[in-house]
Design a protein around this ligand. Structure first.
Ligand code: ADP
Length: 550
């Protein structure tokens, strides 16, 4: 028997039309030099239609990728809707990548048009001669245009506002196949070369619904979300599309991502929710401790992208901001788990034990653990293995480039099509995931695994430690041993022996690092995660001043 329900394609244009009418009064606010600039969802819808007309005028056709090299702001939200709704493909470009990687990504996707924030033109201009597919650059917001003069002779430069001005404020959005490409996002390459994930309209739509569920972010039109996570980092975790379903007001920080302006934004615009990677919150915490502000509006903070140190969570709890830990990756759109304690958790201690996990799988994400010999491991909260997932918003392959076949490398996809995450962890019988490490970061010491993240979390619980990163280094006796690299807070007096003694009280003795070093800061990736590749290289080059403590 067939279902008798209507088969309405799940399209991003439908989210846009819904948001800009039903929630037409909700707002997208962009932080600028001259204070906040506000547009309603209705205006955003109209401007998205104008942008789609303008892009069509530049020859953008269905299936064409359009690059965006932009900060989080109102124009970028318009691109988020206009490009996929007209049938083209939103290709977000990470403006913190090294130039060679950025060029690789643009060339791999063969972007014909790039919409760029004016302030990132100094990055784009010298690259243009190396980007043969790019025909048009559309410049949005402030920034010196003159840097583009002479860069890439065949490229035409347009002003965003001039390009959309006077165009019709409605667009007959095409009735696309919901499985068609909507957005293209490359992994940030923390552990290798960037790989392109192509989200479909269907996957974005379903993922957006999940983001909105009460057990995920659960936001409504009563909320304002401060979206610190960049729009080029897994589509700002799906927030701009999800919020148009429910009318959440968006607060976009543009390039003002330093702790002081963020604190000011929170105090004056009073968001109720915020989303960012842990390093951003670490910086904000230091700022708020030095110069307290009224941050009482901000009651929910989603932290993900890297393990959130429990000490950071506690510090934010003390300020009245409840941190909700979440796990995901570019390949999972990204929402994979969210750590909201279950109803059965009794008392603060049990709740806490759930909150520090990576979180619970939603209905759309199936999970399994695979041991070193390919065996399935039980969800018993003890057996640790590689996490594999599948679901309607999980990648089944990587983009193969123009005309190329999708790529399914065996280290990334199982034979039966599950995504191999490269994350190692355990799952409790009630479906909560605890990650112990990335497969590539785990310390393999004499046949036992030491979780670098566990050591880091304990070290960062020391009141004088600002940051700590642990990497595996070769050891004659054990194969590998952990090296603790520590960043001390300003004015700290603790020496390495004291830190070692502190750690000794909190972990198993055999896991205690012998090698220690104090560094200025932990190197970060383009999306603000600890860059252990760089630390490993520095160690190999003998650049770290390592002290041995037994
Ligand atoms: P990249 O792999 O280049 O860093 P992603 O942003 O896709 O790019 O990163 C996904 C990875 O980030 C995950 O596979 C996981 O290792 C890590 N990660 C994300 N969220 C968390 C979290 N809450 N706890 C621990 N690790 C996390």
């Amino acid at each position: 028997m067939q279902g008798t329900m209507q088969d309405v394609p799940l399209l991003i244009s439908r989210i846009l039309v819904h948001g800009s009418t039903v929630h037409g009064r909700s707002t997208v606010t962009t932080w600028t030099d001259e204070g906040p600039v506000r547009r309603t969802y209705a205006e955003t819808g109209a401007r998205s239609a104008q942008l789609a007309h303008a892009l069509r005028g530049l020859g953008v056709a269905e299936g064409d990728p359009v690059g965006t090299l932009m900060w989080n702001n109102g124009d970028h939200v318009e691109a988020y809707f206009a490009i996929p709704s007209m049938g083209a493909v939103l290709h977000t470009l990470n403006l913190r990548l090294p130039a060679t990687q950025l060029a690789f990504i643009v060339n791999h996707a063969a972007d014909r048009v790039i919409i760029a924030s004016g302030t990132v033109l100094p990055l784009l201009a010298p690259l243009l001669p190396k980007l043969p597919s790019v025909e048009h650059v559309v410049v949005s917001g402030p920034g010196d245009r003159s840097v583009l003069a002479g860069a890439g002779s065949g490229v035409r430069v347009h002003e965003y506002e001039e390009l959309i001005a006077g165009r019709p404020t409605a667009y007959e959005w095409p009735e696309l196949d919901e499985r068609a490409a909507a957005a293209l996002c490359y992994t940030s390459g923390t552990t290798g070369d960037p790989k392109g994930v192509v989200y479909s309209h269907r996957s974005v739509y379903l993922h957006s619904m999940q983001v909105n569920m009460a057990q995920s972010m659960g936001l409504t039109d009563h909320d304002t979300s401060l979206v610190v996570v960049p729009q080029f980092h897994v589509n700002a975790w799906g927030l701009p599309h999800a919020t148009f379903m429910t009318g959440v007001n968006l607060l976009m920080p543009d390039r003002f991502l330093q702790p002081a302006p963020l604190a000011e934004m929170i105090e004056t615009e009073r968001p109720t929710h915020a989303a960012a990677v842990p390093t951003i919150w670490q910086g904000l915490l230091t700022e708020l401790t030095a110069r307290p502000r009224d941050v009482s509006s901000l009651t929910q903070v989603t932290i993900g992208g890297a393990a959130c140190p429990p000490a950071l969570m506690e510090a934010f709890d003390a300020l009245g901001m409840r941190v909700c830990h979440a796990w995901g990756m570019t390949e999972t759109s990204p929402l994979g788990t969210v750590a909201r304690p279950p109803a059965q958790a009794r008392g603060a201690e049990e709740e806490w034990a759930y909150r520090v996990t990576q979180g619970r799988f939603p209905a759309g994400v199936e999970a399994r653990l695979t041991g070193p010999d390919g065996e399935r491991l039980p969800w018993d909260g003890k057996s640790a293995g590689e996490l594999e997932v599948r679901g309607p918003w999980i990648a089944g392959a990587y983009y193969g480039g123009a005309g190329g076949e999708p790529q399914r490398p065996a280290d990334k996809f199982s034979e039966d099509g599950w995504l191999r995450t490269g994350d190692v962890g355990l799952i409790s019988p009630d479906g909560f995931l605890t990650l112990t490490d990335r497969a590539k970061d785990v310390v393999k010491s004499g046949g036992e695994w030491i979780s670098s993240v566990a050591l880091e979390n304990e070290l960062m619980a020391h009141p004088e430690v600002a940051e700590a990163a642990v990497i595996a280094v070769p050891d004659e006796k054990w194969g590998e041993r952990p090296l603790a690299t520590v960043v001390l807070k300003e004015g700290a007096s603790a020496g390495l022996p004291e830190l070692r003694a502190f750690l000794a009280g909190r972990i198993a003795k055999w896991q205690l690092p012998e090698r220690w070093t104090v560094i200025e800061s932990v190197p970060k990736t383009s999306v603000g995660k600890f860059d252990k590749k760089v630390l490993r290289a520095r160690y190999a080059e003998g650049e770290l001043d390592v002290t041995r403590l037994q």
